[in-house]
Write a protein that binds this ligand. Structure first.
Ligand code: ATP
Length: 415
């Protein structure tokens, strides 16, 4: 059963307020096996509101309308829905009493404007609102369900949990499961070409690719009207095939981020790491230490920007910097080996590069970064040329060096 959410509120069309109600509803509805096919955000203007609701009602089997149930003149959701459904608004004395009592409990008299919150669309069931004044409304017609909920998140959520969920739970439903594969080290187009042919034709199976700096995520969702187990089987079969095509680029199949995976690998092997950063300004250390329990494997982090700091703190030979420059594979390797030694860690990580926007040359442009991982047996260095502003270069660099360590550890563990 497809669902359309209509979020009402002119403030949601400004840069200052986000429609978080629809995120909450989508999460909860997906859990119950309902698929949200569209969201519409519409301002308070009456004709626009009617048009948005009309479209949702034509195209969906279930429509959620959020917001615009308040007492002020711009709260016109009830009237708009009543007009589209061609059902009049009816005044309910008992709702008015509840609202008045709510004000009295706080020692206040109900303003006259709140009277309109006691108006109910003919034939609607009233969904009591324990957290506020405007009740929700539940309407069924021609096999479709229309639910009106107040906009403030605590009110919407409490009505959903106490009134909407129990009504939906016993109905015809589907089962929806999701899987997420996270990859590193591949571009979006490389991922696309590796998984070519795996895009599902079956409408009950969906694949979405999401790209962020240094990370491509593949989101699989599978529906079944039969059972959760069937949906899981479908999702797992596609996820397995995707994993096979993408190989070692996949670092997580359970939603974990890269630093968590690296932390798990280090803990499992009872090994430690130390980090030397130029260019990323402590981001790699920050990401590693964000994980609870990281003090068991994270020894030390250095932010060494000046050449002298690389020499003094990490023991990088001055002739290495003089001969090859601070941004070079030789300096990256010396930083990683130096920090490993100084911190007495099993692995040393290093980043050196030009994050920009200034400091680039024709030979060493902005975005040029060398990442290194030093272990007992070997030191690996990789050169990258990242695009984007300073923050993006830093994000991609931190991702790159963590991924190098992850691959290093996985290779060792599989030997
Ligand atoms: P009220 O009775 O409080 O007026 P309402 O149903 O009329 O409730 P609105 O007036 O549209 O709701 O919005 C009240 C507040 O609820 C807004 O200021 C906003 O903070 C929050 N809100 C409304 N819609 C959303 C939404 N879609 N996502 C998140 N917050 C929302």
């Amino acid at each position: 059963m497809n669902v359309i959410i209509v979020a009402v509120g002119s403030e949601l069309l400004t840069p200052f307020h986000q429609d978080t109600d629809s995120l909450y509803l989508t999460l909860r509805l997906n859990d119950l096996g309902y698929d949200v096919s569209e969201k519409i955000i519409v301002g308070d203007e009456f004709e626009n509101l009617k048009r948005a609701f009309q479209k949702a009602r034509e195209e969906a089997r279930m429509v959620f309308v959020t917001g615009g149930l308040g007492p002020t003149d711009d709260d016109r959701t009830r009237e708009a829905v009543s007009s589209v459904l061609n059902r009049p608004l009816e005044f309910r004395e008992e709702i008015l009493r509840t609202i008045e009592e709510r004000f009295l409990r706080r020692g206040k008299t109900m303003p006259a404007a709140n009277r309109k919150q006691a108006e109910v669309i003919r034939g609607a069931e009233v969904l009591p609102n324990p957290a506020g004044t405007a009740p929700g409304l539940w309407i069924e017609e021609e096999g479709k369900i229309i639910v009106l909920l107040p906009g403030p998140p605590p009110e919407l959520q409490s009505i959903f949990e106490t009134q909407v969920r129990p009504r939906l739970a016993g109905r015809e439903r589907a089962f929806l499961v999701r899987r997420v594969l996270k990859t590193s080290g591949l571009t979006e187009s490389e991922v696309e070409s590796l998984i070519e042919g795996l895009y599902p034709r079956d409408p009950a199976l969906r694949l979405t690719i999401l790209a962020s700096p240094g990370q491509i995520e593949l989101h699989v969702s599978a529906f079944s009207v039969v059972s959760a187990a069937e949906a899981e089987r479908r999702a797992d079969a596609l996820t397995f095939e995707l994993g096979r095509c993408l190989g070692p680029a996949v670092f997580s199949a359970d939603g974990s981020d890269l630093e968590t995976v690296v932390g798990r690998l280090l803990s499992g092997r009872k090994e430690t790491v130390a980090v030397a950063e130029s260019c990323t300004g402590g981001l790699v250390s920050r990401r590693l230490t964000r994980i609870p329990g990281s003090s068991t494997y994270f020894r030390e982090g250095f932010v060494t920007y000046a050449n002298q700091a690389k020499i003094d703190r990490l023991g990088v030979p001055s002739r290495t910097i003089e001969s090859f420059g601070a941004v070079s594979p030789e300096t990256a390797a010396a930083m990683a080996e130096g920090v490993r030694h100084v911190a007495d860690a099993d692995y040393g990580l290093a980043v050196t590069g030009i994050a920009g926007p200034s400091g680039g040359t024709a030979e060493k442009p902005v975005g040029l970064v060398f990442c290194a991982v030093a272990g007992l047996e070997a030191t690996r260095v990789e050169r990258s040329l990242f695009l984007g502003d300073r923050t993006r270069v830093q994000d991609q660099s931190s991702q790159k060096v963590l991924d190098m360590l992850r691959r290093f550890l996985e290779e060792k563990s599989s030997r």
